[in-house]
Every structure is written in C-alpha cells, then in structure tokens.
Write a protein that binds this ligand. Structure first.
Ligand code: CMC
Length: 428
C-alpha cells in the first residue's frame, strides 16, 4: 500500500512520511509518527483534509458525483436492489445469493419486535416530543434491554446487536410517530417486507386492514437505499468515535442519531421542505437566492451544497426521479415540486453557486416524496436515521474488527491562558 514518501520540512528537521494508496480516491500522507518524531501536531478542524480511518465500505468521488457501496454504484443499487440486499452488502462485503438473502431477511424480520417494557419507556416523553428526541432516547435505552448482545469483543454479540438495531429501528421510528399523534402502537407484522412493515406500523390503525401500496413501498425502500451509508460523514464518525472507547453499539448509534439531527446534516431534509414551503411560489425564489448569497444573512439554501460533492449528488438524481414516480402512483401533485425544480434551475445558473460548486444534495427532493407519502416533516430525519443505521453498524463493525483499532483521541491547538496561580476569592 505504500507508494512513495512525502518529505516534510520543519525548520532544521526533515521527515519522510509514507504516502498510502487506497483502491480509489486521493492518496493519504501517513502522519501517525509525526508527533513522536517531531513533537508537532497537524491542524484540521472539520477534517477537511483528514482521512480518519481505513474503510472498504463506501467510496465517494465528490468531483465526479460518484457514490459506490462495496464498489456498486448507488444508481444501480437504487434501481435494482432492495434495502435488505443493500444492507447485507454493506455488512458483509458481497451481494448475497437468493438463499443467503432469504436467511438474512428472515433473521432481520425475527428481530423487529421491541421488548414490551419499552412501550412504557415511550410514555415518559412529552406528548409532542420530536421523533428524533424519542429515537435518541429509545435507541440509547436498548442497551438496558439487550444485555445479552453488548459484549463487543464477541463477534456473535456484534452480529446480533447489529441485526437487532437494523430490525428494531422501523418499529422505534413508527412508534415515535404514533406516540406524537396519540394513536396506539402497532406490533410488527412479519409477513410483510421490511419497508412494508414500517409503512403499516406508521400509517395503519388496529381497527382496519392496512394495504401496502407496492409503488409507495418501492419508493420508500429506494429512499432507504439512498440513505444507507455515506462514508465518514459526521454521524458515522460520531458512531466510530463513540465506539472506539468500547461503548456498546446501542449507545454508539444513539450518539449517531444525535449528530444526524442537526440541520447541517440529516436535519436538512426537514429544513429543506420547510424552506420550500416558506418560499411558496416560484416568483419568490430570487429573493431567497439573494439571501443565501448574502454574507450577513445566516440563511442558506437547505438541501444545497455538500462537503464532499462538488458536482450533482447522485442520490439527488434518483430522488428527483422518484418524486415523479410517487406522484404518478398516488395521483397527486405538489406545487412545492415546481418551486424546487425552478429553485434548482435558478441556483445552478447563478455564478455564486457555480463558483462554490453548490448542487442539490440528497435532502433537496426527499422531503417532497416523504410528504406525498404522508409523513410530517418532523419524521423526515427519523427516516434518515432508520436507513443510516445499517451504515452505522457496518462501519462500527469494521472498526471493532480491526485488530489495530485505537481509541479516537484528537489533540488541539491550545490558545487559552498559560499556567497561572489560583487567586483566593477574597483577593479577586
Ligand atoms: N447556501 C448558500 N451558501 C452555501 C451553502 C448553501 N446551502 N452551502 C455552502 N455555502 C457556501 C458557504 O457560505 C461558503 O461560502 P464562503 O466560502 O464564501 O464562506 C462555501 O459555500 C463553502 O461552505 P462551507 O459551509 O464552508 O462548506 P462545508 O463543507 O463546511 O459545509 C454543508 C457543507 C452541507 C454543511 C453546507 O453546504 C450546508 O450548510 N448546506 C445546507 C445544509 C444541507 O443541505 N445539508 C445536507 C447535507 S447532505 C445530507 C447529509 O449528508 O447529511
């Protein structure tokens, strides 16, 4: 893997640093010995130039707008795979054959129920709690209910806890929604698909049969595929950092959910639809574009821009297509979609967005689909968390399985006071 060396000159000192080559993407300068050999740290807040780990799961080429899971392009997975199959792929590295996929789906299906005492746990939340607040709490609480799978040094425990997290997340998210609208919780129906089951637990009521519409089920499954993993994003890095101390996977995923909630990350889907609704009609778009460009205005175009993509986010392409499919299947339209298309057109023809390479990201169109299906905006990020759980556990497993894994412990550039003596209160 070592291709060549980079030479770093620090005053009189000169240091050869190995340059490591991955299978795709930029080479990395290995600075692990820098501090020991020179007493210097590197400085990279926000990790704009830092590879925090080695990973074989997901690759993004931000310049070209490419996203691969275990080598497979996201467009192909969204078109031809299922969320269960993509989950297996992320966890295990290869596409399953039919029997293996059946076994995996069966295992996940058998873990969809929640411990009955968790029902009471929901009652502790305020009636109008945000679903993400409930998700953080309930997922963290899973470690109090499933002690038998929290020995992270045991690969079998890691596997069971991973399956439990993926399987229980739809039930947890659906119940968060049911709780917020005062409807009874529905138990999973294991005769349905992963996604169909989630739709029924979310929109069904005990008094009536719920029919899962195949087109909606397919669209929802595709949305899950599009959110399944995304390399070392903020929430995944949070899960890895939490896990690096040896914390159990339920606690780590709860930390990931907390990070995902922010509007710069998973919370952007909720913020994007709110913004589009606030804009209302296409004639108001220029006003919002001007605001987004104004340095003195904190407003940003939500669902636009990305740390890694400096081209069209390939997930947004699939999302835009899926909006049309869902509208057609449900025989609905939404003027917000017209506003979104026009906003995209105007922003992409504006110098500010062109120069900064700001394009629509996954969150720009997803809210329009979710809203058409019937989800309130507060559920959008919860759905992102549901799907991203597979990426979180796959990345967590990859990290824990690495024999060289160390606790994540960054250092800092200290700019506070230098050492000084304590002054007693009566002398201040
Ligand atoms: N609207 C207006 N200006 C923007 C936007 C935007 N959405 N995004 C970035 N910029 C500008 C920003 O002001 C900065 O300008 P300057 O260089 O003059 O200071 C420049 O573009 C670079 O932005 P940055 O904030 O330094 O870039 P970043 O890589 O740290 O941030 C981002 C990436 C996604 C947080 C940011 O683009 C953003 O806030 N977008 C809106 C929120 C959003 O849609 N987030 C979802 C991301 S995709 C889903 C996910 O992975 O969670």
């Amino acid at each position: 893997m070592v291709d060549n060396n980079a030479t770093l000159n620090l005053g009189e000192q000169s240091l050869d640093l190995p340059v490591l080559e991955g299978s795709c993407g930029p080479d990395v300068v290995d600075i692990r010995k820098l501090y020991a050999q020179t007493g210097n740290f590197t400085y990279d807040p926000g990790f704009t130039s830092t590879a925090s780990c080695e990973s074989a799961l997901t690759f993004i080429d931000g310049e070209e707008g490419v996203l691969l899971h275990r080598g497979y392009p996201i467009g192909q997975l969204a078109e031809s795979s299922s969320f269960m199959e993509t989950s297996y792929l992320l966890l295990n590295g290869e596409l399953p054959d039919q029997d293996t996929l059946n076994d995996f789906t069966h295992t996940i299906t058998r873990h969809t129920m929640l411990h009955d005492q968790l029902r009471q746990f929901y009652q502790g939340f305020r009636r109008d709690a945000h679903p993400m607040a409930i998700m953080c709490g309930v997922v963290g609480a899973l470690s109090a209910f499933y002690h038998d799978s929290t020995d992270i040094s045991d690969p079998e425990h890691r596997k069971i806890s991973s399956h439990r997290l993926i399987a229980k997340m739809p039930t947890i998210a659906a119940w968060a929604y049911k709780y917020s609208i005062g409807q009874p919780f529905l138990q999973p129906d294991n005769s349905l698909s992963y996604t169909g089951n989630f739709l029924r637990m979310t929109f069904g009521v005990p008094a009536e049969e719920y029919e899962v519409l195949p087109a909606v089920e397919r669209a929802m499954d595709r949305i899950f595929i599009l959110h399944a993993d995304h390399e070392q994003n903020a929430s995944t890095s949070t899960v890895r950092l939490a896990g690096s101390s040896g914390a159990n996977p339920f606690a780590c995923v709860a930390a990931g959910i907390a990070c995902l909630w922010g509007p710069a990350h998973g919370g952007a889907n909720e913020a994007a639809l709110n913004m589009l609704q606030e804009i209302g009609t296409p004639d108001r778009i220029p006003e919002y574009i001007e605001r987004a460009k104004d340095k003195n205005d904190p407003f940003r175009l939500m669902g636009f821009g990305h740390r890694v993509y400096k081209n069209y986010d390939p997930r947004a392409t699939v999302m835009q297509k899926t909006v049309r499919e869902v509208f057609e299947a449900l025989n609905v339209t939404d003027p917000v979609f017209e506003t979104a298309l026009r906003l995209e057109e105007l922003a992409l023809s504006d110098d500010y967005f062109a120069e900064k390479k700001l394009f629509p990201n996954v969150d720009f169109y997803s809210g329009i689909i979710l809203s058409a299906i019937g989800f309130p905006t507060t559920m959008f990020t919860a759905l992102f968390a549901l799907a991203r759980t597979v990426g979180w556990v796959a990345q967590w497993n990859e990290m824990i399985s690495d024999p060289g894994q160390k606790i994540g412990r960054p250092r800092q550039l200290y700019t506070g006071p230098t050492q000084r003596d304590y002054i007693s209160l009566d002398k201040r």
